[in-house]
Write a protein that binds this ligand. Structure first.
Ligand code: UD1
Ligand code: UDP
Length: 365
């Protein structure tokens, strides 16, 4: 079987699956790194001690979607020809996942989709991920849905119930094991200041929406002497150049390189509040009891919003600053959002995925 990872979140969420499958005596697990991300992917694979068997080294600076898709499809084609896997597994909604699912369809190789069934219902948001999910869903044999609402989304699209397995999200497996490995903070945090942690990278926010997000972060730092901001910048030039321009000079704003996963989890544990447009962070932060303001208008992860521990504020200056200020000023409102709930998993998702495949494949060995 072939397990695939292309970007940072795929490695974080496939890491537990790869480790669980490597423990299965019936499974011959091979790992394909497309390296749609280079540095970000490598640091996560190292943490899981996963050495790719095949590495396509696809990433180019500031890569455009058509060329990325074409490079991936052609390279994956060669891998499937050479490896002839009985099953391919990949996670999420990146270009890597959509192209591997398509290549599997062309080669008649059964495809298992980890984190299946997430939908916003708007093809343009997130872009291009919603399209990637919908296409991948049509090409999948085993749909490993993280939640009941993801299962419902798949049923609405006509997927058979017998092909859907609600497993929880493997990000919680990764998070729980990372959170118990006590490691030092990557830099000193002022114990007398409250930490706002920021991450942002969505393509649909590039340009003016992203500038507005940065201006809101600056305003929050300026208005609150007791606040410090840490913002590990995504290496996409559309993100890091703008953020450095607007936020680079403030003494209580730390812009840094992307953090390795373990130090990032450690910083999340110290955060008072998180502002993010990341999918993974929306899933992890509630489990750590950290309120998240999502810098988007919609989410494919409604569970934590319904629980009241995540709020959508959009890339909107007034909404970001007023909601964050409310949480900084009102301890009761803050406590309600910092309850600590884990609607996305219990840390055992990878074992459930391995068990489904065991039931299918062990019988054939
Ligand atoms: C990609 C995914 C997105 C996912 C995100 C996770 C697509 C279309 N987008 O977005 O769904 O949420 O990853 O972070 O699949 N770069 C580096 N080093 C790295 C990684 C990226 O320099 O290790 C820079 C490169 O210039 C690269 C650019 O970032 O060309 C964009 O990378 P890309 O994977 O195309 O898009 P992301 O915005 O990272
Ligand atoms: N993350 C990390 N270092 C950072 C920022 C994020 O390790 O500096 C982790 C985070 O804990 C989460 C994942 O990266 O598990 C999310 O990745 P990203 O936001 O790039 O992608 P998305 O989840 O939005 O697809």
């Amino acid at each position: 079987m072939l397990c695939v990872a292309g970007t940072r979140p795929e490695a974080i969420k496939m890491g537990p699956v790869i480790l669980a499958l490597k423990n299965e005596t019936w499974a011959n697990v091979r790992v394909l790194a497309t390296a749609q991300h280079r540095g970000l992917l490598d640091q996560v694979l190292r943490i899981f001690e996963v050495e790719p068997d095949i590495d396509l080294d696809i990433m180019r600076p500031n890569q455009a979607l058509p060329a990325l898709t074409a490079r991936l499809l052609l390279s994956i084609e060669d891998v499937l020809e050479a490896e002839k896997p009985d099953v391919v597994l990949a996670q999420g909604d990146t270009t890597t996942v959509m192209t591997i699912a398509l290549a599997c369809f062309y080669h008649k190789v059964p495809f298992g989709h980890v984190e299946a069934g997430l939908r916003t219902g708007d093809m343009a948001k997130p872009f291009p991920e919603e399209m990637n999910r919908v296409v991948t869903g049509r090409l999948t044999k085993w749909h490993f849905a993280p939640t009941e609402s993801a299962r419902q989304n798949l049923l609405k699209e006509g997927i058979e119930n017998r092909d859907i397995f609600v497993t929880g999200n493997t990000v919680i497996d990764a998070l729980l094991s990372a959170a118990e490995r006590k490691i030092p903070l990557p830099f000193r945090l002022d114990p007398d200041r409250r930490l706002i942690l920021v991450t942002a990278h969505r393509r649909e926010n590039f340009g003016e929406p992203f500038r507005e997000i940065c201006r809101a972060i600056l305003a929050l730092a300026e208005r609150n002497e007791d606040v410090q901001v840490v913002y590990p910048l995504h290496p996409n030039p559309n993100v890091c150049e703008v953020a450095s321009q607007i936020l680079g000079d403030h003494p209580r704003i730390t812009l840094c390189e992307p953090l390795d996963y373990l130090p990032f989890v450690e910083v999340m544990k110290h955060a008072y509040l998180i502002l993010s447009d990341s999918g993974g962070v929306q899933e992890e932060a509630p489990a750590l009891g950290k309120p998240v303001l999502v810098l988007r208008r919609e989410t494919e992860r409604p569970e934590a919003v319904q629980e009241g521990v995540v709020r959508l504020v959009g890339p909107d200056f007034d909404e970001i600053t007023s909601t964050a200020q409310h949480l900084l000023d009102d301890k009761m409102v803050y406590a309600e959002m910092a309850r600590g709930v884990s609607p996305y998993g219990d840390g055992k998702a990878a074992g459930r995925i391995a068990a489904v495949l065991r039931d299918h494949f062990a019988a054939c060995v």
